[in-house]
Design a protein around this ligand. Structure first.
Ligand SMILES: NC(=O)c1ccc[n+]([C@@H]2O[C@H](COP(=O)([O-])OP(=O)(O)OC[C@H]3O[C@@H](n4cnc5c(N)ncnc54)[C@H](OP(=O)(O)O)[C@@H]3O)[C@@H](O)[C@H]2O)c1
Length: 273
């Protein structure tokens, strides 16, 4: 595993496992497969309704809490609701802390919600805090009006939307860039058939998905692919045995369409900030 170092020194695996739309009932079973494949970073969210399944899987795995990096996302607006929501999330997880807590998307009172995350950090309820789906303007508001610079911004990022504009801002502020939908969800199949991607896969004896994940992780972009297919779960994790050259990485930048696969959320459109 390779790691990125967050702005407070905490190390985060550059590859994790996503749980969007993983049904609460099958989450524990699904995560057992991911943990057995070697994943040690799990991305969940209050909105996914599966934090309890993540906790159950962790317990059943026999792994120590500190061996697995767990991220969750708050979806409440304002200080009091967010503070209470974090405690409820911890209760569902069955742990006294998260490794990373992020605000799922900007809300009218993001600044107040963020204060609850800052308090959770101070109280040891999480090891790091950050945001998701925040554009540069949304981040500017937090940075200018709070004490702690977010450690991470989790935003849609893949070959078709490389987020070069946001990336420059994040690098400038030492905020880790995390990719949601690193395989572009429903557009993934099309991306995996691109002749340039297939040629690289054939050169390195790997799959197109592995090339696409390596393309991100070699640029220090944290990727959290999701799969329900055991073969995909295993191969998505097995990406550290080869490296693309910098010329190959550059050659893939031409596929950037500079837009979301589903135009969500609209604040992230490149002309919105
Ligand atoms: N912060 C946010 O607002 C936000 C939004 C969306 C997602 N997320 C997070 O990011 C995670 C990943 O995003 P995502 O789940 O939306 O999309 P994704 O990981 O880009 O794509 C998932 C799709 O790719 C397929 N796939 C995975 N590995 C494959 C492989 N090796 N070969 C072929 N197909 C493959 C999966 O099908 P199979 O099951 O058949 O493999 C599934 O249909 C989420 O689970 C969630 O944790 C966050």
């Amino acid at each position: 595993m390779e790691f990125v170092t967050l702005n407070n020194g905490v190390k985060m695996p550059v590859l994790g496992y996503g749980t969007f739309q993983t049904p609460p009932k099958s989450t524990a079973e699904n995560l057992e497969m991911a943990l057995n494949a070697g994943y040690r970073s799990i991305d969940t969210a209050q909105a996914y309704g599966n934090e309890a399944g993540v906790g159950q899987a962790l317990k059943q795995s026999g792994l120590a809490r500190e061996q697995v990096f767990i991220t969750s996302k708050t979806s409440t607006d304002g200080y009091a609701k967010t503070k209470q929501g974090i405690d409820m999330s911890l209760n569902r997880l069955g742990s006294d802390h998260f490794d990373l807590l992020i605000i799922h998307w900007p809300t009218p009172n993001s600044l107040d919600s963020y204060r609850a995350l800052e308090d959770a950090l101070a109280a040891g309820k999480t090891r790091a805090i950050g945001v998701s789906n925040f554009n540069a303007k949304d981040l500017e508001l937090l940075i200018n009006n709070s004490h702690i610079v977010p450690a991470v911004d989790q935003i849609e990022t893949h070959l078709y939307w490389q987020q070069t504009k946001m990336r420059a801002y994040l690098q400038q502020h030492n905020i880790v860039h995390e990719a949601w939908a690193p395989l572009a969800e429903s557009l993934g199949a099309e991306m995996m058939q691109l002749p340039e991607v297939k040629a690289l896969a054939s050169k390195y004896g790997v799959s197109s998905a592995q090339v696409l994940l390596r393309f991100l992780t070699q640029q220090q972009i944290v990727a959290i692919p999701k799969s329900m297919n055991p073969a995909h779960v295993a191969s998505n994790f097995d990406i550290f045995g080869f490296s693309l050259t910098s010329e190959e990485i550059d050659s893939l930048t031409k596929f950037d369409r500079h837009r979301s696969i589903k135009d969500w959320p609209t604040n992230m459109r490149e002309n919105a900030y």
